[in-house]
Design a protein around this ligand. Structure first.
Ligand code: SIN
Length: 331
């Protein structure tokens, strides 16, 4: 080999060694996952499971950092932060996407889904799957749905019939459908972040709120709300969301592994949600701090009749055929 050839080969070997050393030393990809609930909730447990699965399968290459309890962002800021690249995964409630799409408002319609079986059927069906992509043009991609459960009404007074809610202030998530739902019973809805709800209830700045058993339990709302009406009037589920830019920038050999870990974490989170809806309800009853009110058939019918006209109000924004498909999922 000539002197020059030898020099070129040595140089190539040196460059290759430097490149592979740099690659093996490359900083891992960090996925920041922000959420607003406690760690012992379905979402909190799903996020931690996802972190563990990624560590197990992609250790050294990808690190998931989970920020619970609105530590990083509240639901009112997280999507903007995501589009700026300051956070990569979140699972806001389906009520929080108004600014980006009107279609997801379907999940807030009162008394649309009879139970979580119907919700699951709709989400996994063609329309549910299409809705995952409803914000793609805005740079956001839905990766899957996560359950929390059916919502109940908590209040400082007994709520048995719609008139009992009249004139009372209820905290709601940032959703026009939820506002219309409370206005339909002459109540006053107030859009406030989740992190403020306990204090608003404790200081009696508001009279009530709507939430799932696990949120009422984990955030101790039952300690400052003497009555909970078991209304099951709506669903509180989540959309696990990321920015299209971040998602597509993940290396091709990493993205499917992350997605699979997420899918498995969601299945786990859904199992937790089912168990918690039962267990946390019982813990609240056992605490004796809050009386759980069971509605008679006639009382429930009155709530349905008062709130159901909200569907018509949002039919054009959501799409009549979507609402019809959701009704079908109850069959
Ligand atoms: C959540 O479960 O993520 C928050 C629900 C709420 O804001 O009431």
């Amino acid at each position: 080999m000539s002197k020059n050839k030898l020099l070129v080969v040595s140089l190539l070997v040196a460059v290759t060694m430097v490149v592979s050393a740099t690659v093996s030393m490359a900083a891992p990809i960090t996925i920041k996952f922000s959420h607003v609930v406690a760690e012992n909730t379905p979402k909190g447990q799903m996020a931690n499971k996802f972190k563990d699965l990624v560590a197990e399968r992609l250790g050294g290459k990808v690190v998931v950092e989970v920020f619970p309890n609105s530590q990083l962002f509240g639901d009112n800021k997280v999507l903007e932060a995501m589009l700026l690249g300051d956070v990569h995964l979140a699972a806001p409630s389906l009520s929080q996407f108004n600014k980006y799409t009107k279609s997801l408002q379907i999940f807030d319609l009162p008394f649309l889904f009879e139970d979580m079986v119907a919700v699951e059927k709709f989400q996994q069906g063609p329309i549910g799957q299409k809705l995952l992509m409803s914000m793609k043009s805005k740079g956001l991609v839905g990766l899957g749905y996560l359950h929390n459960g059916m919502k109940q009404l908590s209040a400082s007074d007994q709520l048995r019939v719609p008139e009992d809610a009249s004139g009372k202030k209820f905290r709601i998530m940032s959703s026009d459908v939820l506002a219309a739902q409370f206005e339909a019973v002459d109540a006053l809805p107030l859009k406030k972040p989740f992190s403020e709800v306990f204090t608003l209830l404790q200081t009696k700045a508001i009279d009530g709120q709507e939430n799932t058993w696990s949120n009422i339990f984990s955030k101790k709302f039952y300690e400052v709300q003497p009555y909970i009406t078991e209304s099951n009037h709506g669903v509180l589920d989540y959309l696990v969301i990321t920015s299209a830019e971040f998602w597509m920038d993940l290396p091709d050999d990493i993205r499917p592994v992350v997605k699979k870990a997420l899918d498995e974490a969601i299945v786990f989170g859904n199992e937790v949600s089912e168990k918690k809806a039962i267990a946390d309800r019982q813990k609240i009853i056992d605490s004796g701090r809050s009386k759980v009110i069971t509605l008679s058939k006639d009382e429930r019918k009155q709530w349905v009749e008062a709130m159901k006209p909200v569907w018509k109000k949002f039919e054009d924004e959501i799409g009549k055929e979507y609402i019809e498909a959701a009704v079908q999922s109850n069959m």
